[in-house]
Design a protein. Structure first.
Length: 156
């Protein structure tokens, strides 16, 4: 089940986010530390209060197993992060999170989603392709000195 994060879930979401991001092999340590600092429990609560659709969570029963973090960015929606706990991957949860994000955008948040992923992140590249995101370009030596692919999806 995909839903908006409830305020009481911020600590659990922060733990899940930390579990997912801290073991990613294609981010350097500076990137991991910086990104983990951006999504503290208090920050997640603030994001969700400002825009409830910006913090989506996937649940199995009452357990958080995935997340989709986005934000309004000058008329567009920036898909900051989506991830699924390693024990629950390949079950369609990442796809359901992207579908839910797209529904929020169709409901008037914007006309476009954009995002990035590391050039080595095959799982994200595959899922973004499957969801009809268009690859815009590869940006070399960019955020945290690493290479990224920029993507967009127009929402009608």
């Amino acid at each position: 089940m995909i839903d908006r994060m409830e305020q009481a879930e911020a600590d659990s979401l922060n733990l899940l986010f930390t579990q997912v991001v801290s073991v990613l092999p294609y981010y350097n340590q500076i990137a991991k530390e910086s990104e983990l600092a951006k999504y503290s429990p208090d920050a997640l609560r603030t994001y969700a209060m400002a825009d409830p659709d910006s913090v989506l969570v996937a649940k199995i029963k009452s357990d958080l197993v995935g997340f989709c973090l986005s934000r309004y960015d000058d008329g567009l929606i920036w898909l900051s992060w989506f991830g699924v706990h390693p024990d629950h991957r390949r079950l369609g949860i990442g796809s359901a999170l992207l579908d839910s994000l797209e529904t929020t955008v169709r409901n008037g948040r914007s006309h476009k989603i954009w995002c990035d992923c590391r050039t080595e992140n095959e799982a994200s590249k595959t899922l973004l392709n499957e969801h009809a995101y268009q690859r815009l370009c590869t940006v070399r030596n960019h955020w945290y000195g690493q290479d990224f692919i920029l993507w967009e999806k127009l929402i009608s």
